[in-house]
Design a protein around this ligand. Sequence first.
Ligand SMILES: Nc1ncnc2c1ncn2[C@@H]1O[C@H](COP(=O)(O)OP(=O)(O)OP(=O)(O)O)[C@@H](O)[C@H]1O
Ligand SMILES: [Mg+2]
Length: 482
Amino acid sequence: MFSRYKKEAATPAAKAAPAAAAAAAAAAPAPEEAAPKVVMRKPAPRASAMAAPADKERKRKERLGEIKLELHKELLNNLNLSALESASEQDLRHEINAIASEVLQERAIVLNREERVTLNQELFDEVTGLGPLEPLLKDETISDILINGPHQIFVERNGKLQLSDTNFKDEKHLLRIIDKIVSAVGRRVDESNPYVDARLQDGSRFNAMVPPIAVDGSLVSIRKFKKDKLGIDDLVNFGAFSEEMAAYLQAAVSTRLNVIVSGGTGSGKTTTLNALSSFIDNSERILTIEDTAELQLQQIHVGRMESRPPNVEGKGEVSPRDCLKNALRMRPDRIIVGETRGEEVIDMLQAMNTGHDGSMTTIHANNPRDGIARLENMIAMAGIEMPIKAVRSQISSAVNLIVQASRLQDGSRRMTSITEITGMEGDVISMQEVFRFQRTGLGPENKIMGHFTATGVRSHFSERFRLWGYDLPPSIYEPTAG
Ligand SMILES: Nc1ncnc2c1ncn2[C@@H]1O[C@H](COP(=O)(O)OP(=O)(O)OP(=O)(O)O)[C@@H](O)[C@H]1O
Ligand SMILES: [Mg+2]
């Protein structure tokens, strides 16, 4: 079934033109059995597209924006910037309010009280912080901020992307804020070095690309740091997976199966990896390797590593592979690699195969089968010349479990499959799905309906679970009806 198509009777378009449809049907030669006509469904209007503020509101904002810019220039001229650092917040606010009042009076601009308060706060943010980004960064309900040039800022709340009504004055303003952010963490971005990926001081992940590579203005994405990452219970409560799946995953991680979390961008891979790590015993020595340190492990014995890209002169790189090779000499019980995307795959598989079982990583793939293909590709790209059968046998003996994370069309994030790797059949890696998210349809507001179910297959590792003291009841593998 293609969800984009619907039967004629159900579409408003068909209802609107019944006469034309009837005439067309009469003119057409009589079909042997009237096949249902399919009509393309109009895309539902997006909430984000409707978020444009009313005209009056927009004009008011524009006016405020202009005043703010002028005042900002004025402030920069009048404030002693070097004294700023030592000034208390109260003094600074006082100073800003005074200069603002003066300028407004000089130009005979009248603002109401609310506008004054907003203006003063924005000026304060502009001088001391990150301007228009400041309220978005402070807003705890926002998890991601995506900027497409100065006039379009999208934010993600509860899994949904919305166009915010904040924007930058122009590209120069946006560039100034980007520069402020990256220089605070000792990085640089400009025409000759037009992109940067960094972890901010508060732990947020920051990526920016500036013109001319970004064609219509700088592109920025910020994944805000969440102090309390979602745990297993939160994820079960949010409907990301079922309690049975959680019990199964607990058995899998505790009995040291090697797990790969597969998923698309922003599908919840890191969140899942972090939650799975909570099942690791406190006595184990865990080493984590990430591009940007996001994982928050609760165990006491944790060593964290962050790889480093080359600097502007192309020097100083410490790749994930370098970290991984080094980690193997540091006597870990388990290794967790934030994301495997390149040549480090070889060392990861070897680690999984040789005594560091219970290791985990994520990969970028849309389903478990694709995940395996991704691993094969990474091995080929790393320049390892091995017959495909040997590659596959290496993968099948290293990886035990693939957990698929997905961000569905309605913005919800779910674990759509738990698939075990059971060995090789000829040249092919054999896999069995043990749990999955069974979609049943579309609910109101295009909400995806469905339920989690076992597939009816007993785990390939059930004997291992039993021997390790995780005696899961056979009923856990029975399919559930929605
Ligand atoms: N089940 C869930 N329910 C609600 N929000 C979730 C869920 N899983 C993850 N999130 C939120 O979604 C955002 C993206 O999650 P996460 O960083 O884990 O994704 P990712 O797949 O690792 O992304 P990337 O590909 O960018 O590394 C985060 O803000 C996270 O808090
Ligand atoms: Mg991630």
